[in-house]
Ligand binder design. Sequence first.
Ligand SMILES: [Zn+2]
Length: 242
Amino acid sequence: MAPQMKTPGSIERQFCQTQLLSLYKGQGTIIHAVDYSFENRVATSPGGITFNNQIGADYARSTMEAATNFIWNLFQQNTDADRKNVQRVSLIIVQNFNNPNVPAGTGGDQIYFSADYIQQTGGDKTEFTGVLYHEMTHVWQWDGNGQSEIGWVIEGIADFFRLKADYAPGHWVKPGDGANWKERSDVTALFLEYCDGLKTGFVAELNKKMRDSYSDDYFVQLLGKTVDQLWSDYKAKYSAAN
Ligand SMILES: [Zn+2]
C-alpha cells in the first residue's frame, strides 16, 4: 500500500540512525550505501512497548538492510543505475491505520508500521519480518510510472518477495488457489512464482519493464503466452496434482 497518511503526534520519541559512507566497488563505479532510520512514535503504548521488548530497533534496521540486499539481488539490480534513487529508508512505528488488520503502509521511502498490529500479533518477530520484506519491496520496486490500475501487480510482487524470503504466513492461500490472478496479493504472488519457474528471472524482467509503464502484454513478451493462458496453465497444473 502507498497511502498518503498523516503522522500522529509523538508521545515519546526514539530516534536512531545509521550513517554509512559511500562504498567504492570495482573501477569507478560508486555504490551508495543506504541509511536506515528508525523511530518509535508510540514507545509507551502497549504495541510500542511490545516492539521494544520483542523486536527492537537494531533488529528492525538490520532487517531493512538485509531485505534491501535480498530485493536488489532478486531484481538483478547490481548498480545504482538499475535502482531507484533512494538514499535513506525510514521505518516509523505509529499507533494504527484506523483498521487493526492493516499492518503497515509505505509512501516513497517511508514505511509506517502499526503498533496495534504488533500488539495483536503478540510481537511475533517472523510476522514483523515478513511484513517488512513486503514494505521494503514497495520502496525498491518500479511502479509503472504511477499507473494507478496496476495496484494488484505491485502488491503481488511485494508478496512474492515475502514468499521468496521464506516469510509467507500460514493464513495465505495455497499454490493453485484463487479464481483469478488478481484476486488477492497472495494469489498473485504464488502465480508470479509459477511464472518465475517457467523462466528464471521473470519477476526481475517484469520489474525492469515497469520502470516506464505496465502492460499485460509483458507476460507475452517474456513468456510467449497471455496472462490468461498462463493462469489457465497454472490452475491446470495444480488441479492435475490433486
Ligand atoms: Zn503492499
